[in-house]
Design a protein. Structure first.
Length: 427
RNA sequence: GGAGAGAUGGCCGAGAGGCUGAAGGCGCUGCUCUCGAAAAGCGGUAUUCCGUAUAAACCGGGAUCGUGGGUUCAAAUCCCACUCUCUCCGCCA
């Protein structure tokens, strides 16, 4: 959420920022509503002051057993006026909030200006794609041949876009989760967190999934609860409505959760394999930091996520999202894209974002500096570290052998109970 | 699912229409005392908004006692609804 004061003070800058991300927002009307709010508030507070002081006087008179009837009659009218003004005020505030809550975050100055995905800026490439002396197969073909993935039966159980793993495949998925969590907790200092997988509307609104993107979510019928699309939602909301101590910052959490996305509007896109599922596993990294640190923290967040791919020895590249491709809540985002040999493309496997104070405002997460009275909004960041299903797919494709088997990346072998290779016999 | 109890500041806990943003205690913190510490004494110790196109401090004012509504000149206090917590019974991984 943007600050109305900030919108007033930096009007043209914010207008420009919203244009850059292709958002059509009427800021002028928002300001008009805010003018109206101020006007109402001004009169209302004056009347409340009057009511409070006269009520004291009435109390005094009554204590002295004197007559207070004329004052009471006068206050009756004042109170009626207060009531109307209060209604006006809450209506106006609701109107302002309704406008404010659908305005996306303003891109950071370092986010390249651009229309869409094509304008994203390459930051770097790591690792060299392997040259296969055979035609590399797609991970769904490899997985089904090894009998470690079964999309057909998953569709029978639930429907399209649900995963079903067996044997060494199920083990590999679990190994990846443990591997990622171990690195982030032991080496990178994040606190392991296992949050609820179902959250309420307030949490979804705080992180920015609601109110605009409800059709992307799975909602639990008969309740106002939703399946989480990412651990970002429950984990960011851990500190909802709290004032944190400066000494405790930064606060780092990592969480494994399944993620549920309706993928509305993605019909016909990535219909095969693990890339786009309604349910997938992800290890998430979430940071709560001081404003002045947040861009340095974004760089380390990115490094922490990259580290997983480096250890697994899978080639990837990093891009900075352009203004037009930024998510609703983000001010700046790096995507990590992993090399998928069968399609010969890089596919997103992690998205690392700085939300600045955008989510903190919505979630009302603040902190207080040592010795200062004033509270400030913290900055939140998060990134996948990594999407497990897509990592699984990348391993299958990058480590496939001519005979259809898949070797396990060395770093993962201890997590696989010593299994070094998934072949037809081991599955 | 059935029956009951409750929600007040960082914590404990009083308050039961007006003098209560809220007694008292604990905690934290500043000062006095001390070579230093302890003890004792004195003080401070929630958040937020407005004061109308600028920031900090102060000052003046508004709001906040789980949330929302109602009664009243006046609500932490009375009424209604909701949410959450706890206890007992039943069921259950």
């Amino acid at each position: 959420m943007l600050d109305v004061k900030n919108i007033r003070q930096n009007f043209s800058l914010i207008k420009k920022g919203l244009e850059n991300r292709n958002a059509d927002i009427n800021l002028e009307e928002l300001i008009l509503s805010d003018d109206k709010r101020k006007e109402i508030l001004f009169e209302l507070e004056e009347l409340r002051y009057k009511r409070n002081s006269v009520s004291d006087k009435i109390a005094e008179l009554k204590r002295a057993k004197a007559d207070a009837n004329s004052l009471i009659l006068e206050m009756r009218e004042v109170s009626a006026r207060i009531k109307t003004l209060e209604k006006d005020l809450s209506d106006t505030e609701a109107e302002i909030n309704k406008r404010l809550i659908v305005i996306p975050n303003i891109p950071h100055s370092s986010a390249p200006v651009g229309k869409n995905e094509a304008d994203n800026k390459l930051v770097k490439k790591e690792g060299t794609p392997k040259n296969f002396d055979f035609e590399p197969k797609a991970h769904w073909d490899i997985g089904e041949a090894l009998n470690i993935l079964d999309f057909e039966r998953a569709a029978k159980i639930t429907g399209a876009r649900f995963p079903l793993y067996y044997g060494a495949g199920a083990r590999l998925e679990r190994a990846l989760i443990n591997f990622m969590l171990d690195i982030h907790t032991i080496e990178h200092g994040y606190k392991e967190t296992l949050p609820p997988f179902i959250v309420n509307r307030n949490s979804m609104t705080a992180t920015g999934q609601l109110p605009k993107f409800e059709e992307d979510l799975f909602k639990i019928k008969g309740t106002d609860y939703f399946l989480i699309p990412t651990a970002e939602v429950p984990v960011t909301n851990i500190y909802n409505n709290e004032i944190l101590a400066e000494a405790n910052l930064p606060i780092l959490h990592t969480a494994y959760t399944p993620c549920f996305r309706s993928e509305a509007g993605a019909y016909g896109k990535d219909t095969r394999g693990l890339i786009r599922q309604h349910q997938f596993n992800k290890v998430e990294l979430v940071k709560f930091v001081k404003p002045e640190d947040s861009y340095a923290e974004l760089e380390t967040l990115l490094k922490n996520a990259e580290e997983i791919l480096k250890r697994l020895k899978i080639p990837y590249r990093v891009v900075t999202l352009c203004t037009g491709d930024l998510g609703f809540s983000a001010a700046k985002t790096y995507d990590i894209e992993v090399w998928m040999p069968a399609q010969g493309v890089y596919r997103e496997i992690s998205s690392c974002s700085n939300f600045e104070d955008f989510q903190a405002r919505r979630a009302n997460i603040r902190f207080k500096r040592e010795g200062k009275k004033k509270t400030e909004f913290i900055h939140t960041l998060n990134g996948s570290g990594l999407a497990v299903g897509r990592t699984f797919a990348a391993i299958l494709e990058n480590f496939q052998q001519a005979d259809g088997s898949v070797t396990i990346p060395e770093a993962l072998v201890p997590y696989m109970n010593g299994i070094k290779k998934i072949g037809c016999l081991t599955s």
